[in-house]
Design a protein around this ligand. Structure first.
Ligand code: C2G
Length: 137
């Protein structure tokens, strides 16, 4: 089918290769990729800490990836149905850490879970930087 819109969601804080790969693979499911980037408040409620990069910075970074056509702020996990309808998405793609969580949207779009890239996470990068940096003299 032509003109398929794909939607995906994430925080995309401290952008790394796992993020880039899931976005590249998501884009292959359609012709247009829309990305919901978690707000700072949503991120805090999910992870109990503020992201390293603010939501405006994360939106700007993700919007500048060549596979991404449009970005918006994801304010709440509970609003997935509304976002899928608002952006007329035909396919919802998520990493498989969310496997099964969005199957209830199968009535309005195809739901696809992709395997996560192993051994890379924003949390591990923050941990690495925190524990290996040399304190200023
Ligand atoms: N991801 C991946 N491999 C990794 C790390 C992340 O494939 N090693 C994928 C995740 O599965 C997700 C996307 O990259 O599909 C964004 O990951 P996060 O920024 O960690 O997003 P998250 O905080 O899980 O927010 O409504 C859903 C949420 O907004 C998802």
């Amino acid at each position: 089918m032509a003109n398929q819109t794909v939607i995906t969601f994430g925080t995309f804080d401290v952008l790394h290769v796992g993020h880039v790969r899931v976005l590249n693979r998501a884009a292959e499911y359609g012709d247009r990729l829309v990305v919901g980037v978690s707000s700072d408040a949503l991120n805090f409620s999910k992870k109990g800490r503020n992201p390293v990069f603010s939501q405006d910075e994360r939106l700007e970074i993700v919007a500048n990836l060549h596979v991404v056509d449009q970005v918006f702020v994801e304010e709440s996990l509970e609003r997935k149905r509304e976002y899928v309808q608002q952006y007329a998405a035909d396919v919802l793609v998520m990493g498989d850490d969310w496997a099964g969580k969005f199957d209830f949207l199968n009535d309005i779009c195809k739901v696809v879970y992709l395997p996560r890239t192993p051994s890379v996470s924003t949390t591990a990068i923050i941990e690495h930087i925190t524990t290996t940096r040399t304190p200023p003299a």
